[in-house]
Design a protein around this ligand. Structure first.
Ligand SMILES: Nc1ncnc2c1ncn2[C@@H]1O[C@H](COP(=O)(O)OP(=O)(O)O)[C@@H](O)[C@H]1O
Ligand SMILES: [Mg+2]
Length: 230
């Protein structure tokens, strides 16, 4: 099977009136900022909105999150891949699928499959095929209806991280080459999932970035509302 054929097996969940979204991009791309704006906007439109991040969101996942982020010794890329896949499967079954079953719910993931492709697949050199192959069992085959990839250059990520002045975690300690590999990974993921992943210019002003996102959200909701009931 080609990688394109494997990619076609990944589908959004089908729950009438509910949506699954994710936000992607390197550190400082504006994910947290834009997720808050998207949440406010969708709540104004009458949706119930839940924001989730991996690994975490379940007691099992939070333990894995601490293990990864606080690690003082290197974690093997294959171990890293399976830790993330493990917490992902748990969060999907324990939270995401249950909540999406309630009509008019929007689940927003702060990073999802494309982060695994970019971090473990590209930056950690496992390759896209290994990542997708480790996700071939339900519920790991679920992908968002839309993914917003907030695209910024590596130097802007550094500038914004410096301004933020937060302590560096496991991933943020990496160098320039690592960040470039992430950007390359996100580009490759965008090419593999062209309908799902929308590239948004994250270097714009906060309000202009959100305007692009809002337009796509309006379109998604409008398209689904105009579909005949059956
Ligand atoms: N479009 C933007 N223009 C300028 N600064 C921004 C923009 N978006 C976010 N920031 C700032 O950059 C930093 C990182 O943003 P954040 O939303 O936390 O990114 P992420 O969650 O992707 O790491 C924060 O200090 C935030 O206020
Ligand atoms: Mg963030």
């Amino acid at each position: 099977m080609t990688i394109e054929e494997i990619a076609k097996k990944f589908r959004p969940p089908a729950f009438p009136g509910s949506y699954f979204l994710s936000f992607e991009g390197i550190e400082g791309a504006g994910k947290s900022t834009q997720i808050l704006k998207a949440r406010d906007y969708l709540e104004e439109k009458g949706f119930r909105v839940l924001v989730l991040r991996e690994p975490g969101g379940t007691s099992f996942g939070e333990k894995l999150r601490q293990a990864i982020l606080n690690s003082q010794s290197p974690i093997h890329p294959v171990a890293e891949l399976h830790l993330f896949a493990s917490s992902r499967a748990q969060l999907l079954s324990e939270v995401t699928l249950k909540e999406l079953g309630i009509p008019n719910t929007v689940i927003i993931y702060d990073r999802y499959l494309d982060s695994t492709l970019a971090y473990q697949g590209s930056a950690r050199s496992l390759g896209f095929e290994a990542i997708l192959q480790s996700h071939t069992s339900f519920p790991l085959t679920l992908v968002p209806h839309l993914t917003f990839y907030l695209k910024i250059p590596v130097n802007l990520s550094h500038d914004r991280q410096k301004m933020r002045n937060a302590p560096k975690d496991y991933f943020e300690k990496q160098g320039q080459d690592f960040y470039q590999a992430l950007v390359d990974g996100y580009e490759k993921a965008s090419a593999l999932f062209p309908e799902r992943i929308l590239q948004v210019n994250g270097a714009q002003d906060v309000e202009d970035v959100f305007l692009d996102i809002k337009n796509h959200l309006d379109q998604l909701i409008l398209e689904n509302n105009s579909r005949p009931e059956n």
